[in-house]
Design a protein around this ligand. Structure first.
Ligand SMILES: NC(=O)c1ccc[n+]([C@@H]2O[C@H](COP(=O)([O-])OP(=O)(O)OC[C@H]3O[C@@H](n4cnc5c(N)ncnc54)[C@H](O)[C@@H]3O)[C@@H](O)[C@H]2O)c1
Length: 347
């Protein structure tokens, strides 16, 4: 097991990488404990989880709501949770987001431990202190910045993860590689059959997760409140969210296409060689992630202009200067319109 403690502006988080759930029960010593857990994970992995009172949650974006948080507060009250109660949040990003949000708001904040059980949760959602719920159709509109005391990354959970969910996580790993780590990109290029290898827990494949996790940690440490550098983690996501909203395709697929579009935009701005875009397309295709827009580019406009990162008629876009290096650049809506129009040539 690899242990690493990270200090934030307030508090710190101990990351337990390659940990075994069973051996970490001591983390909660001296606390009254409650577990908020994804009901699928409870069904598949219940035997490995601590024997403590459980609040099951259904993992879908509609349930990631204030209404679910209210139900959790109700149950915490019934369970007589108090300031000495420690909350375990066990599941994918939906559960760790809503669990972290409920824990960090109940009684002005209870200590909580995140146990991400999806690849996306392990490399992304459980890192960085953003906890939140959706509101009025807007994703993560209501939330807090609150760090867990511990993040437990136990690879055993990945054994039961469906193929589709692996792909969502892989898209985020490719994103990390693109913005900050060329060697991770090269390793991803050289490992064939990665999802299978991750599932069978091959050491080399798992070490890619351990290479990916510090990328987000290092960026967040420099900019916890997303004033600047943390925005680099949005690479592919401005287009990705617009694609998701317009077509309803899964998040990882939308981000994959969004990253290709962001790379093409970087080429258009003379910031990136087009051979780098080709490499990105090859890598994503190898993992069966889509690289082409399933709709006409101009159909994305409405969702794009509604992007919350919009600033007057400028949109902050993350562009690449090479694989492993990214920059934040404000782009005018006019320029983006032209780009979307030109993009037809790639379709
Ligand atoms: N807080 C952040 O910084 C941050 C960052 C990225 C994403 N997110 C959020 O994360 C959410 C997406 O997370 P996700 O992709 O993990 O989705 P998820 O939590 O919905 O999990 C995906 C599916 O996998 C199932 N599942 C979870 N673990 C499993 C396991 N071990 N075996 C079998 N099935 C399992 C779940 O029941 C669900 O059906 C979004 O709501 C997104 O907004 C948050």
């Amino acid at each position: 097991m690899n242990e690493k403690t990270v200090s934030w502006q307030s508090g710190s988080t101990a990351f337990h990488l390659g940990a075994k759930m069973e051996s970490l029960k001591a983390l909660a010593k001296g606390h009254h404990q409650v577990m908020i857990v994804d009901e699928t994970v409870l069904r598949l992995h219940g035997h490995r989880l601590p024997r403590i009172p459980v609040i099951p949650v259904v993992s879908n974006e509609t349930e990631k709501s204030l209404e679910t948080a209210r139900k959790i507060y109700n149950q915490l009250t019934d369970m007589k949770a108090d300031r000495n109660t420690l909350i375990w949040c066990v599941g994918g990003g939906i559960t760790t987001d809503i669990g972290g949000f409920s824990a960090s708001t109940y009684m002005r904040g209870l200590p909580f431990i995140l146990v991400p059980t999806t690849l996306l949760g392990q490399v992304d959602a459980a890192i960085g202190g953003k906890c939140g719920v959706n509101f009025k159709g807007f994703k993560n509109l209501v939330g807090t910045f609150s760090h867990p005391t511990d993040v437990v990354v136990d690879y055993e959970f990945l054994k039961t993860l469906p193929e589709e969910e692996f792909r969502n996580g892989l898209a985020e790993m490719v994103k990390h590689a693109c913005i900050a780590d060329k060697t991770l990109f090269e390793r991803l290029e050289s490992l064939y059959e990665l999802p299978k290898q991750l599932k069978s827990r091959q050491k080399e494949a798992l070490s890619l997760i351990e290479q990916s996790i510090p990328i987000k940690i290092n960026i967040v440490v420099q900019d916890e409140r997303e004033g600047g550098r943390r925005k680099l983690l949005n690479f592919g996501h401005t287009f990705g969210h617009a694609i998701e909203a317009t077509t309803g395709i899964p998040h990882g697929h939308a981000v994959s296409i969004g990253m290709v579009m962001a790379a093409q935009l970087s080429v258009e701005l003379d910031m990136l060689e087009d051979t780098e875009t080709d490499r990105l397309i090859r890598l994503l295709s190898r993992y069966n992630l889509p690289v082409k827009l399933p709709v006409l580019p101009e159909l994305l406009q409405k969702a794009l202009w509604h992007d919350k990162k919009k600033n007057n008629d400028l949109i902050d876009m993350v562009v690449l200067t090479e694989i492993g290096k990214a920059e934040l650049t404000p782009i005018s809506i006019q320029k983006l319109k032209e780009f979307l129009y030109d993009l037809r040539q790639y379709q």
